[in-house]
Design a protein around this ligand. Structure first.
Ligand SMILES: NC(=O)c1ccc[n+]([C@@H]2O[C@H](COP(=O)([O-])OP(=O)(O)OC[C@H]3O[C@@H](n4cnc5c(N)ncnc54)[C@H](O)[C@@H]3O)[C@@H](O)[C@H]2O)c1
Length: 501
């Protein structure tokens, strides 16, 4: 097997190089190749120099070629014989800035290479600006092509194999839906990403840019839209023949609003220079924050099945106290997320999960961006009807530095993909998330007014099973509600509790 990694930026260097290293040390992979652009050669070489295992080859696409777009870059790579025809199976990892994802995916599928891409799956552009109208058609086309190509595809995003969102949230919800044949009646998703870009950066950044008409929806928000889409679609299991429609309303704020919303703090940052506060006003900026509410309905009757709110905000507390970007391997603006996901099954059951990243205790300085994860999960149940062992349960979980929930979840997808095992994150499984993303992008578009509708008729997502959690063990009424029945007679059975009856 030969592995090619296209785009060796901060994310690949910091996160996914560890996956490659593990794969090589465990003998799953013998070597890998890196492809990036010429202008980034020195930065990429410096990033690679820190790694314990060096790539077999590095290829840098000339900027004069990329001036004609990413398609020209792929043509050039083919002409250079980078992807030599051989019997060896090829796998392509795409971690470029998302504008190039679509081109490389198309190429990989046409060549029948296995392909793994960091979220978002694709980001269509037109005349230098996000073409949000093309997102869903392009996603559908990619999903169809991936099925036809019969290759192993995956999107790297954190929610699919996440310890909290999957094991502590979706698994018990699935169990309760099956047990009670009860739908999810509300899902509230609220994320505070703690991202602070200074005004001049909005017009300058090429990674996580805003100047090309896209913002946080195509940056970090995808993970949570994906978790939401998968939760909402679980209702399909109970209503397999109904047509679902989601009605959305919402608001956004963006770079032009930011100075109004962040006070005079820029001038207090370390190394501040007044030009950092200069926002170029004539660019088609994407959003920094979006809030929305929705109703999921049956198209046939208009009856509401599920309600909810979505708050995807970046203008929230983070770690940044510096002006000019520091030399750090990753997370140059000190992002610090805090996410709440609250799922309710009507009057009988709910789970609220909070996942937070906090800086490590002994920081080496202002720009020490190391952080640790913790999570709280609060489950509430109508114990008698839900047949749980209590009405409320609070759980707390922690992760050490370097072992965040997002890293381990994505590393798991990466490893499964490398070993040709199911990842729960193939391209087709991302179509519903992109349908929801498409709705939010339409809400965020300047020309939108009022509410909009999304068709939401997709298959049930993979159905998780809860393994061995005694809290969900059924207790018979005479045990759970013994006070109602007066003093209980001891239950004596042969062999139980070591008692002979
Ligand atoms: N999973 C997560 O938590 C997470 C977090 C941040 C970013 N991401 C995603 O990871 C990816 C990479 O993020 P990043 O911040 O490292 O991005 P980045 O913008 O810094 O770009 C990554 C690299 O791609 C290279 N590149 C750009 N266009 C190219 C082309 N046409 N051909 C070859 N190389 C090209 C750049 O030179 C750079 O070295 C993006 O898709 C991003 O959305 C994921």
């Amino acid at each position: 097997m030969e592995l090619f990694i296209v785009g060796f930026g901060p994310v690949a260097g910091y996160k996914y190089s560890r996956c490659i290293h593990n794969a090589i040390s465990q003998g799953h992979l013998s070597r890998y190749h890196v492809i990036d652009r010429e202008s980034q050669q020195q930065v990429v070489q410096a990033r690679l120099a820190k790694l314990p295992i060096q790539p077999a080859t590095c290829t840098y696409i000339p900027e004069r070629v990329l001036q004609n777009g990413p398609d020209a870059g792929v043509e050039w790579l083919i002409q250079q014989g980078v992807f030599t025809k051989s019997e060896v199976k090829k796998k392509l990892v795409i971690t470029t800035e998302p504008q190039s994802h679509g081109t490389y995916i198309k190429f990989a599928l046409a060549q029948q290479f296995d392909v793994l891409v960091s979220k978002p799956l694709t980001l269509p552009m037109r005349e230098g600006v996000l073409d949000y109208r093309a997102l869903l058609p392009n996603t559908n086309a990619i999903a169809a092509a991936s099925i036809e190509a019969r290759v192993n595809t995956a999107v790297l995003c954190l929610g699919r194999l996440h310890e909290i969102y999957e094991q502590k949230l979706r698994q018990p919800v699935a169990l309760m839906m099956d047990r009670l044949q009860h739908p999810i009646t509300s899902v509230h998703v609220k994320t505070a990403s703690g991202v602070w870009n200074l005004p001049s950066e909005f017009g300058q950044r090429e990674d996580h840019p805003y100047k090309y008409g896209y913002g946080m929806l195509m940056h970090g928000a995808y993970h949570y839209i994906d978790v939401l889409a998968r939760l909402l679609l679980m209702n399909r299991r109970l209503f397999p023949t109904e047509d679902f429609v989601i009605v959305l309303q919402g608001f956004t704020a963006g770079p032009l609003d930011q100075q109004l919303r962040t006070g005079g703090l820029e001038a207090m940052t370390t190394g501040y220079r007044p030009e950092l506060s200069e926002l170029q006003e004539d660019l088609p900026y994407g959003e920094t924050d979006i809030v929305a509410s929705y109703a999921m309905k049956f198209r046939s009757t208009g009856r509401v099945l599920c309600l909810g709110t979505i708050a995807l905000e970046q203008t929230t507390p983070g770690m940044r106290s510096w002006g000019p970007f520091p030399e750090v391997p990753y997370n140059i603006n000190g992002r610090l997320h805090c996410t709440d996901i609250d799922v309710r099954l009507g009057t009988v059951f709910s789970i609220a999960a909070n996942v937070t990243k906090s800086p490590i205790q002994a920081r080496l300085g202002d720009t020490d961006i190391r952080g640790m994860n913790s999570a709280t999960v609060v489950t509430r149940a109508n114990a008698r009807l839900a047949r749980t062992q209590g009405f409320i349960r609070r759980e707390h979980f922690e992760r050490s530095y370097g072992n965040s929930y997002s890293y381990t979840a994505e590393a798991d997808v990466f490893e499964r993909w490398l070993l040709d095992r199911p990842t729960q994150s193939d391209f087709s499984s991302h179509v519903p998330s992109c349908a929801l993303l498409d709705g939010l992008l339409r809400l965020a578009a300047d020309d939108w007014r009022g509410s909009l509708e999304i068709d939401f008729n997709y298959p049930v997502p993979d159905w998780p099973t809860l393994s061995d959690d005694p809290w969900y063990t059924h207790m018979a009424d005479d045990i759970a509600f013994s006070s109602e029945h007066g003093p209980r007679k001891p239950v004596i059975k042969n062999g139980v509790n070591g008692t002979k009856g």
